[in-house]
Design a protein around this ligand. Structure first.
Ligand code: ATP
Ligand code: MG
Length: 364
């Protein structure tokens, strides 16, 4: 990946422009972590880049950047820029392309994210980013209060990086987050969810949650019981343990919403034959995981259920109507629900004669 990235830099420079790897890739390189994608900053415009890499780039016009793919490796090439005005403390509305790396780095969020690498593979550290990495601390580029007031997403990025890298937040950063946390209300639920997903699914999620609670971001994020979060290694289980604003509902697929609903129920009732039958193996495995119950035990319980669906009951609606000599009606549903429960709980054998006798005894 590094080799390809340096090739790209060289190709851009051969065409008379400046180009550097910036951001996460260089930060992770210094930390000895493999990065999935590479961000490149360049003096070339998107148009120049498309010229240089004919056929191999996809324009992302709205961000003023182009993306180049080499197999599944992603290289996002962005023109040096300086952001000027902000609306709603999010997206910059005017972007001035400038021919200067330093200015480009000033607009970035954290010092550790300003590290660059040139075409020879040499690291350029204009803002003491390496020092922060060595001290495992997150500092903003320039005034923290200004940085967070300009873009509240940076608040969650700070927590996310601190969590994943196990870094501290500097006191200045902490105070500025507290001063500006009310701006999180203007951040889309989509962005909030994306960052929270990364924080919650990190191996170091406990620390991330501690930071969120310490800085009292839970209220701004409209999570009402963050102190009760169940940090299992299943992200759906984690969300199911939370009481969150309705605003997040569009951020979950309909199947995720359904599983979350079921998990909440099974958390209340506990894992039983009935919960396995009614809500399925997957839901119950999530709950098992949350309650530190061995998953294989749950599989065994599921496999030995007397029936796995209503179709397997050895009785039909017609049978019941005939035995009771009654026409179809809501009573059928009650009977089915009850028989089903009895069979699942092994109080009633799933055998036509047995069930018929039970119905006669209890419902005629
Ligand atoms: P990762 O890719 O591992 O999530 P990253 O640091 O590369 O981390 P990206 O979102 O890929 O993060 O952004 C690339 C770089 O762009 C960052 O390192 C940072 O310099 C800058 N950046 C990204 N988002 C912001 C922001 N909201 N405010 C300021 N700078 C940002
Ligand atoms: Mg990146």
């Amino acid at each position: 990946m590094l080799k390809n990235a340096l090739k790209i830099l060289n190709k851009i420079e051969e065409n008379g422009f400046k180009a550097y790897i910036v951001g996460g890739f260089v930060r992770d390189y210094v930390l000895g972590i493999n990065s999935k994608d590479v961000d490149i900053a360049t003096s070339a415009t998107p148009k120049d880049i498309m010229e240089i890499f004919k056929n191999s780039v996809l324009p992302k016009v709205e961000y003023g950047s182009v993306t180049l793919y080499i197999k599944d490796e992603r290289y996002e090439i962005t023109t040096f820029r300086k952001e000027i005005r902000y609306i709603n403390n999010r997206k910059p509305i005017e972007i001035e392309y400038i021919d200067d790396l330093l200015e480009d780095l000033k607009r970035r969020d954290f010092k550790m994210n300003t590290l660059c690498m040139d075409k020879a593979g040499k690291i350029i550290d204009l803002f003491d980013g390496k020092k922060d990495i060595e001290n495992k601390v997150i500092n903003t580029v320039g005034d923290s209060d200004y940085k967070f007031s300009q873009d509240s997403l940076r608040i969650l990025r700070a927590i996310r990086f601190a969590t994943i890298l196990n870094f501290k937040l500097s006191d200045e950063v902490k105070n500025a987050i507290i001063n500006n946390k009310y701006l999180l209300k203007n951040l889309s639920y989509n962005r909030k969810k994306q960052e929270l997903d990364k924080i919650f699914s990190s191996n170091n999620s406990k620390y991330g949650v501690e930071l969120l609670l310490e800085l009292e971001l839970d209220k701004e994020l409209e999570i009402y019981n963050l102190d009760k979060i169940n940090l299992s290694n299943d992200i759906i289980g984690i969300w199911a343990s939370l009481d969150i604003s309705e605003g997040y509902k569009h951020e979950f697929s309909s199947s995720e919403k359904e599983i979350i609903k079921y998990v909440k129920i099974v958390l209340e009732t506990g894992i039983t034959n009935y919960s396995l039958y009614k809500y399925g193996l997957y839901t119950n495995q999530i709950v098992a995981n949350m309650n530190h119950i061995d998953k294989s035990k749950i599989v065994g319980l599921y496999e030995s259920l007397p029936i796995k669906s209503r179709k397997e009951l050895d009785i039909t609606a017609n049978d019941i109507e005939r035995i009771l000599n009654k026409k179809k009606g809501p009573f059928l549903r009650d009977i089915f629900d009850n028989i089903e429960k009895e069979v699942i709980n092994r109080k009633l054998e799933n055998k036509k004669e047995v069930i018929e006798e039970y119905i006669l005894n209890n419902y005629s």
